[in-house]
Every structure is written in structure tokens, then in C-alpha cells.
Design a protein around this ligand. Sequence first.
Ligand code: PLP
Length: 373
Amino acid sequence: MFGEISNDQLALDTAPGILTIDLGALAANYRLLRQRVGAARVAGVVKADAYGLGALRVAPTLYAAGCRDFFVAQFAEAQAIRGALGPDARLYVLNGLQPGAEWACAEAGIIPVLNSLDQVENWSRHARARGGELPALLQFDTGMSRLGLPPEEVETLLAEPSRLAGVRVLHVMSHLASADDPESGQNGAQLAQMRRFAGAFPGVEMCFANSGGIFLGAEYHGALVRPGIALYGGAPTAGVANPMAPVVRLDVRVVQTRTVPAGARIGYGGAHVAAREMRLATIAAGYADGLRRSLSDRGAAYVGATRLPIVGRVSMDSLTLDVSALPPGALKLGGLVEIIGAHQTLEDVARDAGTISYEILTSLGSRYHRVYR
Ligand SMILES: *Cc1c(COP(=O)(O)O)cnc(C)c1O
């Protein structure tokens, strides 16, 4: 009586929403970035579970597209994907190592980014204790005041090069604070500072550009670029047409529809009062699913080309749409509306939410059914 319904089909039918991740588009974005940078190597930044899209699917796809350099933020993230990649893959830990992690890092063949004299000292001591050399990237702070050796620590290091004993510096590195804004004077200032520091390490090439940095021009590329968001379809540069292919599509299911009279209060706090009779649909995703509360009474979903505005406050597990623009009965229990897709980009949702695409992607969470194509 209940038939032969597969677990996959059941998961799809009962999911609150479907997050479709186009691995083909991911690989196409990787190839496009490779064309942009010519001779430089293109790494994949797969921190935070590949910006929420699943590092265990994303990293092997990039590897198959020719990527051999992978950046994560935390040591545990590198450990989690090490076995999914070929032995020739290089994994770098952006935050560097916490004291005590050196042995495990060296054993796993994972490469730390050294951000301070403390981290240099710990890695050097460990290398000398092992009686060999250990690889690292050496990061300088060129003006972001976040990670990397500040200028006075660089001076100390240059005055006392023995501090790097046992450390093989593969690249000198820094990170741009305003790379998505080509007009920002910070970019040129950071590049000039990076070149001054790099000049003290002859023969060691630079690793500098994130997604935005790649599009600032060839002088920013160095030997190894580190794109994240552009691989995932986000815009590398603000305010211009996005050259990247969309990777993510998000469709969410309707869990209830109703018609309310003028004057009805909609959602928490009664924050939205219906100005006229409205047809409403409540959908099965809310701020716990990355549809941030700042989308309350802002932003929309789509059915085809029809825009369905979000009305009232976004709840944890649901939000309500004004579907009056659709014919009565067009949306039913179980029906799907588009949140990210052909009619509304990731960047559109981020703008409506008052945030950036990075935060939308990394907040999508685990409740959607994921389909990898
Ligand atoms: C996250 C990160 C990147 C990737 O940045 P995108 O803007 O996503 O391309 C590159 N480098 C560092 C140091 C980062 O923290």
C-alpha cells in the first residue's frame, strides 16, 4: 500500500528545501580563474566546509579540475579532507597552528601559515627536533591588522634569520582588505608593502590574491592565488557584472497557505499588518536555515518570474510570503518557491539581507536536502 519509495526520494519529498550544488559550474569557475591568472597556480579556499557547500564534495571536484593547493582555516578542517585528495595535494592552514598541534601537522603533511614570531618559533623548534625541514607559508600583515607578522616582527625576523632554522618558506603571503573594490587605495598600498617584505626573501614567490585580488590585475597574482567566493559563484568585485557561473540553487517548500483579511497581523510582534486582503504562503525555512532575520519585510521568493515579497518577521524555521500576485491555488502544500536561482541571485539575497554572499552561503545549514550535480 505504501509502495516502493526509495530513501532518496523520501528525503527529497520530505525535505524543507532543496539545496542544489552544481559541481560542474564549480569546475567551470575554477577553469575561468585559471585563464585569468595565466602562469600562476590557482588554489581552492575550502575553509568553513567549502563556504557551507560541503568540502568533501567540493575539494575532490577542484582536485579533478587540476587544483593541487587547498586552503582551510583550522587544522581539523585540513585533517578532514586530507584523505579525500591525492597525495600530491598541498593543504594549508590559514590560522596557523595552536601550540601543541605541530607534531600532528607535520605527521599529516599539512602546511601551516605562520602568522607570528610565536608560530615561527614553534614550527622551527619542531622541525629542528625532528632533524629535518618543514614547509610553511609566511604571512605578513600589510595593513589589515588581522593575521600575519606585523612590520616590527618582520624586522626582528630579518635581523635574526636563524629564527627560521628548519623552516622551508614556500611562499610569502598576505591578504587584501578591500580587494572587491578596485577603487580602494588600500589595494595599492598593501601591494607596495607586500613587495617590500617579499624583497627580503629572494627567490620566494608571493601568494597574495583572493577572488577580488585576481581581478585587480596581474601585478597582484604572484605564484599562487587563493580564491574562495568566486569558485562558489559569488561576485569577486562589487558593483560590476559577476563573471562567475552560479553554483548554488535553493528551493524551499510551502508548508501552509491561507487568505487573510485587511488588518490581519502577520508574524511575530504583529509587525506586518495586512493593508488589504492577501493570500499568504508560509515556507519551511527561516533564520536557522540561513534566511536571516534581517530579511523580515525585505527580500522575496520567486515562482517563475513572479516576485513574492517576504511579509512580517522571519521565524527560526519558517517565513511568510505574500503570494497574492499568483493565481489562487497556484501554490499548494509541498510546492517549491525559489530563493536562490534563475530569478534571484545569491548576491540579490545577500543585498536584501544587508550582508555579503559569504555569510549567506556559510549560514545555509544542514536542514536542506542537498543535491550535487
Ligand atoms: C577566506 C580567505 C580567502 C578567500 O577569499 P575570497 O574573498 O573568498 O576569495 C583567501 N585568503 C585568506 C587569507 C582568507 O582568509
